[in-house]
Design a protein around this ligand. Structure first.
Ligand SMILES: Nc1ncnc2c1ncn2[C@@H]1O[C@H](COP(=O)(O)OP(=O)(O)OP(=O)(O)O)[C@@H](O)[C@H]1O
Length: 599
């Protein structure tokens, strides 16, 4: 140990240490800002995305619906002519008109629904992209990030509800606001009573729909929340399958899974119940409306009721015209009701997706970076300079760092020592630009870490985390991580440096499972060492407790590999391991960092 450097400020926050990289929704620390996808937002409504294409589609479908007006006029007039004893010659132009209008209606309907579907899919893609880029930029330190199972469920499954909501519900709503008015406009001049009957029956429908809609929305939101939780639960348990088996807790977990699945079933049935209730109410009121209009017209034509037609008597054609229009008056409302539950689920999906796209604690480079050209990245060890750093975790009242300073020379090997919660991992994360700092400067290789420089500087950093994520795939694939500049020779050298050749030979091209299934803990860690070794541009290695939870022999091996890897590179390692700390050029005791600036 060359030097123990102390910081002049006072340690302000030593507490429990919620680790980064948690994946279980249930074990995630509670943040002050609740997840937007939860039922806590049930009173909120998502704004409907604006789209010119959707508007045009709604108009096309409305025009298609309005085609029924002239069609009904032709039909009623034709039947009236036949009743007057006119021949087929008088009726066939009307029949042709009905056919032509029917054709036009079909074309408009088709064009409208196709356009609406495309517009809705485009909006969904944009929303998904926004959510994905926002999530990619969320800091791993952000404890309010959605659990991966929940995010996957929202992005892949629930997000799809947006398409029927926009393409069917929004267009149906527009139709329902135009078509009944147009029908009333032609019915009233013929008979004010028939118009009045329709007018009275119509508002009852929206009133009942609104009443039912509220419970539909809450039922749907609860359903979605349950689905997200079940997905998160499943993903979490799948990840921890080996732990569950080793603790002999399979039966217990499957009981809980059954319970949750049963809850989801109940929620699904609740949504279905509301959906059926909505259509039953609508059918009832529209049937009543049509029956009342038909009864009036029948009695009027029979001469039993002689009022209601502006002082005149309706002709058969006029009566038939109203009769044909009466069901069409309720049709858009019935259609709206049949897609009413699309609104509840679509609205909840929009809210959830917008929730994912919301800014939380972001990384320093707040937007996804394009790939950095490897030619532009320099080589060699880098210097790290931290000046006047202040940082407080999201939702925490106390600062982890307050006016903290540290200077690490190029090629220097430094250990960060300190009790649990003293901020070792946080400091590494801040150097890597994984969260924005409140105050101060972090200078890497002479450049201040900022949104403009973060991506390029990160290309010079290799991270060896406590809990590395290993993907399902080959060992070589896990080392390469789609970095195109890494050649087979680099992988070979990296395997040799990390002493992983034996495991690599044993596996051959066989796949390792998600989260390193098929590899021992030590081998998993070696794999992350190999990942770092394959990156020739990495002049700075940040290692977070690389020897934690390992037996002495493996810990010594890892220490040797780490030191070989760090030759001609700067190394900052957070550790509780005195043996590892002893091998470094310098030890920074973070417990004392509030006393004197680390130099
Ligand atoms: N993502 C987070 N959100 C909120 N607070 C956090 C988060 N991560 C850590 N903290 C808090 O910040 C402080 C420093 O934590 P940090 O993990 O950096 O300590 P550490 O020294 O690395 O601990 P350990 O040795 O146990 O790994 C602790 O009080 C901890 O509770």
């Amino acid at each position: 140990m060359d030097q123990i450097v102390r910081d002049k400020s006072r340690l302000k926050n030593v507490g429990s240490t919620p680790r980064t990289g948690m994946h279980a929704s249930e074990t995630r620390p509670q943040s002050k800002k609740p997840l937007q996808t939860r039922a806590t937002r049930k009173s909120q409504r998502a704004p409907v995305p604006k789209s010119r294409d959707l508007k045009t589609a709604a108009w096309l479908q409305t025009l298609a619906e309005l085609m029924w007006l002239p069609q009904a006029a032709c039909l009623a007039h034709g039947i009236g002519l036949i009743a007057q004893g006119q021949g087929v010659s008088a009726v066939w132009p009307l029949a042709l008109g009905v056919l032509a209008l029917g054709f036009l209606k079909a074309v408009l309907e088709k064009a409208g629904s196709r356009r609406a579907y495309r517009a809705a899919r485009n909006i969904l893609s944009e929303k998904r992209e926004a959510a994905l880029s926002a999530m990619a930029m969320r800091s791993p330190l952000d404890s309010s990030r959605a659990a991966s199972g929940e995010a996957a469920s929202i992005l892949a499954e629930q997000a799809e509800y947006i398409v029927p909501y926009l393409s069917r519900f929004q267009t149906a709503r527009f139709k329902a606001s135009v078509v009944p008015l147009a029908i009333l406009a032609v019915v009233f001049p013929i008979s004010w009573i028939a118009g009045l009957v329709l007018l009275i029956a119509a508002p009852l429908i929206p009133v009942f729909m609104a009443l039912i809609g509220w419970s539909a929305q809450s039922a749907s939101e609860k359903h979605m929340a349950d689905m997200g939780t079940l997905n998160a639960f499943l993903l979490d348990r799948l990840r921890g399958l080996s732990t569950i088996r080793s603790f002999d807790a399979v039966e217990q977990v499957s009981r809980r899974l059954r319970l949750r699945a049963e809850n989801l079933r109940k929620r699904t049935m609740a949504v279905l119940r509301v959906a059926f209730l909505t259509s039953a109410v609508l059918e009832l009121f529209s049937a009543l409306g049509v029956a009342m209009a038909a009864a009036y017209i029948g009695f009027h034509l029979l001469g039993q009721i002689n009022f209601g037609a502006w002082g005149t008597k309706m002709s058969l054609s006029e009566g038939l015209f109203i009769l044909l229009l009466a069901p069409a008056f309720f049709d858009p409302l019935r259609m709206l009701s049949s897609v009413w539950h699309d609104r509840a689920s679509g609205d909840a999906a929009l809210l959830a997706l917008d929730g994912l796209a919301e800014d939380g604690l972001v990384m320093v480079d707040q937007k996804p970076s394009g790939s950095i050209s490897t030619d532009a990245i320099s080589h060699g060890p880098v210097a790290v300079e931290i000046r006047d750093l202040s940082f407080t975790h999201q939702g925490s009242a106390e600062a982890v760092f307050d006016s903290f300073g540290l200077s690490v020379k190029p090629g220097e090997h430094v250990a960060l020592l300190g009790p649990s919660g003293s901020g070792k991992s946080t400091l590494l994360a801040l150097i890597a630009g994984l969260a924005e700092i409140r105050h101060g400067r972090i200078i890497i290789d002479g450049e201040t870490l900022s949104p403009e420089t973060a991506s390029a500087l990160r290309a010079r950093i290799a991270w060896i985390g406590q809990d590395p994520h290993l993907f399902a795939g080959s060992i070589a694939g896990n080392i390469r991580l789609h970095r195109r500049n890494i050649r087979p020779d680099d992988i070979k050298a990296a395997l040799s440096l990390a002493s992983l050749e034996h495991a690599a030979n044993a596996h051959g091209n066989a796949m390792i499972g998600e989260n390193g299934a098929g590899l021992s803990g030590g081998e998993g860690l070696r794999l992350t060492l190999a990942r770092a070794a394959a990156n020739h541009h990495a002049g700075l290695i940040l290692a977070d407790e690389p020897t934690a939870h390992l037996d002495n022999h493996t810990a010594n091996d890892i220490t040797e590999s780490l030191l070989t890897l760090a030759t001609d590179r700067t190394l900052i390692v957070a550790t509780h391991d005195p043996v590892l700390a002893e091998r470094m050029d310098r030890v920074i005791d973070l417990n004392d960092r509030f006393r004197r600036d680390a130099q």
